[in-house]
Design a protein around this ligand. Structure first.
Ligand code: N01
Length: 523
């Protein structure tokens, strides 16, 4: 088996299949382990899922011995955890770093994948794409970029050496999760910070805090129950959905619940009422609450107004989970440029020019995100049956069966791919669920004496239709989000993750197993 990517998905795949006796090689383009956590080193980078949930669950001893220090772990701490896992399970010996897959071709006679890399070729029965959902950065091609005399950085490809921002005038373009995490920390370092905002975001406070020994002991005493709660929850985060509608309750009660969720729940705020992503008027109640919070936090009413998201539902773009983002705009040394009022014209030698004039800068940071969900799958060329490439097969948007298999691409599996809960879930939990499920699938193939496992075209078409139908019944498609492919000009506009929730999706997978892996062909 060749696995592409040595982030959490690739390492978990390596461990699971090596334990089952397969020869597994992981190829990884970066010089180190950790995938997104290896490259997203910008100041302030941390996870927006709680540490105890954003961690591997397959080994109870690992769960007990690792001690998280904060409710939301920082990037360096997560990377230390990845390294620990790699050492503890002796994973490094099968990982080939600095090796990029360039092309893979399925050999229909041999039933094997021929995998080409920039450091030699491999042949494998199974090819597993563990390439992540947010691993190819989106570099905006702004006019005049080459003229800029200062430094340009991207949050998703941050340098490994320390970047000293002391005394520097810094401009940040982009106010998604990365920008929102970066801005408060950069404001402390830079002499002046200018944030260039295109779309305001509904950001939720993280309420981050150190984890005490008592809290740690409490979680570890009941870890299996916590994991099970997560698996049975809609998002894989363990939040119990409220069965009430936001529109059914009295305004005071609703405000009280929002207030409580705002100060405790982080991402779980989105689940305050079951219909926030189903009913526009229910969603408006949460959006209004967040806008009122922004007005409370930001002293200058004009700046507050500019920071208030409008025109798309709360949650339809993934909400950032921040630590002091809005408050940062109360500083004298931080400015907000609203690019809807004063659009960016070009990068100049000395900074950024908008229709309101030039802002002089020493450093520009692109916090402009990723070619999400399909970027890393389409970057190399993957050639399936009859010479069909994955890019051709997906020219109108990604098509998968269950987010795992692709018709016409036998023995190819995607971990947490488009068509599965993926970015709408606690991704770590979804990764582990997929790896274990694929293990069962390959056991079944072995029992059948099959050399080839392939999703059928019909099963794929039915699943794609189901994924779209479920998404259409929600408010998710109503924003120009990366879930929709809207972040990259020219990308097909199709809602990519499965909105049916972790619990609902698990039931689908169980049913497919009960029906002898219905939808897959074993030959
Ligand atoms: O990227 P984004 P991100 N000119 O795509 C703007 C995960 N993550 O890196 O909204 C000007 O969300 C763009 O504007 P608009 C998490 O899942 C997790 O912040 O398109 N602006 C937007 O404001 C997250 O959701 C953690 O109008 C341009 C921003 O750049 C995902 O990664 C931490 C532009 C991009 O926002 C992506 O987050 C960080 C242009 N040409 C990230 N192009 C955790 O905590 C883009 N923008 C785990």
């Amino acid at each position: 088996m060749v696995v592409v990517g040595a982030g959490f998905a690739g390492l978990r795949t390596l461990h699971t299949f090596r334990e089952r006796g397969l020869d597994v090689a992981v190829i990884e383009a970066n010089a180190g382990l950790g995938g997104v956590w290896y490259v997203n080193r910008y100041p302030g980078a941390r996870c927006d899922v709680e540490s105890y949930d954003y961690s591997l669950s397959f080994d109870p001893d690992l769960e007990q011995e690792w001690r998280w220090s904060e409710r939301y772990a920082t990037q360096p701490e997560i990377l230390r955890y990845v390294e620990h896992v790699a050492d503890r399970f002796d994973l490094r010996r099968d990982v080939h770093l600095d090796t990029r897959m360039t092309r893979s071709t399925y050999d229909e006679q041999a039933h094997r994948w021929h995998v080409e890399t920039d450091d030699g070729d491999w042949s494998a029965r199974y090819l597993v794409m563990a390439t992540g959902q947010l691993s190819v950065t989106k570099q905006p091609q702004l006019q005049g970029q080459e003229d800029f005399r200062g430094r340009i950085l991207h949050t998703g490809a941050w340098p490994h050496e320390h970047v000293d921002m002391t005394g520097r005038r810094v401009g940040v373009i982009g106010t998604g999760s990365s920008g929102t995490q970066l801005v408060p920390v950069l404001a402390e370092q830079a002499s002046h910070l200018t944030v260039f905002q295109r779309t305001p975001n509904y950001s939720i406070p993280a309420n981050n805090a150190p984890i005490t020994d008592e809290q740690d002991a409490e979680v570890k005493a009941t870890y299996p129950e916590r994991r099970e709660r997560a698996r049975r929850s809609p998002s894989g985060l363990g939040f119990k959905p409220n069965k009430q509608s936001a529109r059914e309750v009295a305004e005071d009660d609703r405000r009280a619940l929002y207030e409580q969720q705002w100060t405790t729940a982080g991402f779980g705020f989105l689940l305050a009422y079951y219909d926030l992503m189903l009913d526009e008027r229910a969603n408006d109640t949460a959006a209004d609450f967040i806008r009122a919070k922004i007005a409370e936090k930001v002293d200058d009413p004009t700046t507050a107004e500019r920071l208030m998201p409008r025109g798309y539902p709360f949650g339809a773009k993934r909400p950032p989970v921040d630590s002091g983002y809005f408050e940062t705009f109360n500083r004298d040394d931080v400015d907000l440029v609203d690019m809807r009022e004063t659009p960016l014209e070009r990068i100049t030698e000395h900074g950024i020019r908008t229709t309101a004039g030039e802002v002089e800068l020493d450093t520009i940071v692109f916090a402009t995100g990723f070619d999400a969900m399909t970027g890393a799958l389409l970057k190399p060329e993957i050639v399936g049956r009859d010479g069909l490439t994955l890019r051709e097969h997906w020219n109108a948007g990604p098509r998968t069966y269950l987010g795992v298999g692709v018709a016409g691409f036998p023995n190819l599996f995607v971990i947490a791919g488009p068509g599965s809960p993926s970015l709408l879930s606690n991704v770590l939990l979804s990764i582990e669920a997929h790896v274990d499920w694929i293990a069962g699938l390959l056991d079944h193939a072995a029992e059948q004496g099959a050399d080839e496992v392939e999703a059928s075209g019909q099963a794929e078409a039915d699943w794609v239709a189901h994924v779209n139908e479920r998404a259409e019944a929600t408010l998710y498609p109503r924003a120009a989000s990366y879930y929709m492919g809207a972040e990259v000009p020219g990308k097909p506009q199709v809602f990519m993750p499965y909105v049916g929730g972790v619990r609902g999706y698990r039931r689908v997978l169980e049913k497919v197993v009960a029906d002898d892996y219905d939808g897959f062909r074993f030959t």
